[in-house]
Ligand binder design. Structure first.
Ligand code: IFM
Length: 463
């Protein structure tokens, strides 16, 4: 190697590590995880309502019938956001709240709820980023095959048209799907999420239909005047547990399955070549017309990042034969996810370089730790979450210094909430929720994030 810094390193050493002007400082939630009142005011049931009411599906035996009661406390929650200094808020719309049967008949009260929320956010100076689908498919559509039915692309586009038509005069940022990988892997392959299927044929079809629906919804949203429409994916850099050929190959397959399954079709118009081999006979033929629809240009990519994956060849792991290896020496969150901030920088740079430097938002990043409230006078001390946020924000800033067009960061989550099949047993919030009284308490991490926002990141120090 020659001596001296690379041009890139020299540039970043010269520049103070700043977040760009206009960088959005946000927090994120999703409808089923916080709203409660899932059937109120004419809403229809979703697959998560059905799933959580099926005995044995949620490890704590809970449902999200109440959750954080955000459906009734939304105005106070916006006030908490304002006090934190958030400049943006990412939330999702419950499809079956606005279309109780998923198609056709509109529920005005459902649309009205989100309409009022948007107005209140804007009045508080908070930019909304709306996710159209965060896993709560209308149950009526699941009865018609759900994501396995090719018609879902039309159903989703019609729903997008309705919602963007109503809110698009005030909302600039739209995401179609949240984490299609999880919908497929947890919902259709391993059955641990709604709708609880365990079928590779269903999973492969769902993967393709999710992408078709995404493309159709981007087009529908644009036709309604939406200016910024993107897709949110969960990504993890993958490392081989050893240099053995089998482990290196497993890391490659895991990378294709997790990180490229949805992004390659959107940006390149084809699936990673590893996928048909992984799914075998379950993999469907995808027409050129569908690939063109899937390739509809997006305005941004949302990256949800929590951890990395260190993988070893494991023939029992379906479909990529890549088993996760726990890093015993590392700190893990209550989800058993390794804390690995450098992975955020790495994955942001990877997305930027592989896909032609798209605009990116970190649409989720955060940590579950239990941290109970303290004895009076109270407060919640959560030093591990504070450290997690600080280290990941520094990693995001390093990615910017390396040329990534990163436009915002959304902490997961605003509130402790209903963590899907784990119920309320895992707490990700910047704000503690007492699920008996529904009282909110801003945690030390919420206060820390307030300082980050107020100083535009200066409180993070260097580098
Ligand atoms: O709570 C979830 C969220 O709904 C999607 N991304 C990961 C989070 C933590 O598991």
């Amino acid at each position: 190697m020659s001596g001296g810094p690379t041009p890139e390193a020299a540039e970043s050493a010269k520049e103070p590590r700043r977040f760009p002007a206009g960088f959005l400082w946000g927090a994120a939630t999703s409808a089923y995880q916080i709203e409660g009142s899932p059937l109120a005011d004419g809403a229809g049931p979703s697959i998560w309502h059905r799933f959580s009411h099926t005995p044995g599906r949620i490890v704590t035996g809970e449902t999200a019938d109440v959750a954080c009661d955000h459906y009734r406390r939304w105005a106070a929650d916006v006030e908490l956001m304002r006090q934190l200094g958030l400049s943006a808020y990412r939330f999702s719309i419950s499809w079956s709240r606005v279309l109780p049967e998923g198609t056709g008949r509109v529920n005005p009260a459902g649309l009205g709820f989100y309409d009022a929320l948007v107005d209140r956010l804007l009045a508080a100076g908070i930019t909304p980023l709306i996710t159209l689908y965060h896993w709560d498919l209308p149950a009526a559509l699941d009865d018609r095959g759900g994501w396995r039915n090719p018609d879902v692309a039309h159903w989703f586009a019609d729903y997008a048209r309705l919602v963007v038509g109503r809110l698009g005069d005030r909302v600039r940022l739209w995401a179609t799907l949240n984490e299609p990988w999880v919908v497929v892997d947890a919902g259709y392959l391993h059955g641990v999420h709604a709708p609880g299927q365990r079928c590779p044929f269903a999973a492969a079809r769902a993967a393709v239909n999710l992408l078709r629906a995404h493309g159709a919804a981007v087009q529908a949203a644009r036709a309604e005047g939406a200016s910024q429409v993107g897709l949110v994916v969960n990504l993890e850099p993958k490392y081989a547990a050893s240099q053995a050929d089998a482990d290196v190959a497993a890391a490659g397959r895991a990378e294709a399955y997790w990180n490229r399954q949805f992004l390659d079709p959107v940006f390149f118009g084809h699936f990673p070549e590893e996928l048909p081999a992984m799914y075998g006979e379950a993999w469907p033929a995808v027409s050129a017309q569908d690939l063109a629809l899937i390739r509809t240009p997006v305005d941004f990519i949302g990256v949800n990042y929590y951890t990395r994956g260190v993988v070893r060849h494991d023939p029992t792991a379906i479909p990529d034969q890549a088993g996760r290896v726990r890093q015993e020496q590392a700190l893990h969150t209550a989800m058993e996810w390794e804390v690995f901030p450098a992975g955020l920088e790495e994955i942001l740079v990877w997305v930027s370089r592989r896909y032609g430097r798209p605009a990116i938002y970190v649409t989720e990043n955060g940590a579950a730790f239990p941290d109970p409230p303290q004895a009076p006078p109270g407060g919640v001390q959560d030093p591990r979450r504070v450290a997690y946020l600080a280290e990941h924000l520094r990693a995001a800033r390093r990615a910017i210094a390396r040329g990534v067009d990163l436009r915002g960061y959304f902490a997961w989550s605003l509130l402790d909430n209903f963590e899907w099949s784990l119920g309320t047993s895992r707490r990700f919030g910047l704000i503690h929720v007492d699920f008996a009284t529904l009282e909110r308490t801003v945690k030390a991490s919420g206060e820390f994030y307030r300082q980050v926002i107020a100083t535009h990141g200066a409180v993070l120090g260097e580098p």
